[in-house]
Design a protein. Sequence first.
Length: 273
Amino acid sequence: MYGGNRQSGISPSAKVPYIFIVTGAAGQQHGYKDEWLNEDVFSYTGEGQSGDMKFTKGNLALRNHLANVRRVFLFEYVAKGMVKFVNELIFLDCDYFETHDTSGKTRVGIKFFFRRSADHHYQIPDELQMSNSLSEPLVSYGHQKPNKTERKGLVKSRVGQGAYRKSILHRWSYQCAVTEYKDPRILIASHIVPWRDAKDEQRLDVDNGILLSPDFDALFDKHMISFEGSGKIILPDHHSELIKLGVTGKERIRNLSEGNKMYLEVHRKNFSG
């Protein structure tokens, strides 16, 4: 009826200015992982089952949909030949991340960030809304596939500023999970299970991330504080010095996911209290 590719997860219409995108669990075998990071922001993996993803075809259409005045509609796979409409989306930003392809080989993927077209609850920081100015995303890579050296260090060099950091900022609604401080310029996307100890799939798992202000990040990273599954802070027996940093023992994280709780259980095993 609309024209487009029925087999692709990203299907620009050939007849009307629409782009249809489909999400579903089956995409995980190709290294795709799509999810709502908060009530407004949806994270969507670009197309391409083998090799590095590029800004061509559907990926290019998504990145440029505002400039080209095309609407994006998200559907969820239900059964063969059947999908369910979820929401209209509007481009916010995109970035590279490391994932695997259909054969299991490590490759560079593209992560898109969209917001709902209505029911906008959160005030999203300007630096996470590249669509506001329609500026070119990914300037540091010039929209070209990273070379071999860049790919090798992609995640390590960009974990604090690329797709993972953006995912954590959206997930925690742009504020410190403990203090609710809201300036993203100093907030740190901290791993619950440290990068050095995490498996590959855990390193970019949004559930393994927590957004913290610098003091709390440093204490958490050194296992000088931890958190219960309820979100209540855990302090060492002798914590009088922490009071000087404003840590009272009454702090609590209020919106932990089940995945967060699983990773925090591992973190507590290394708590130095």
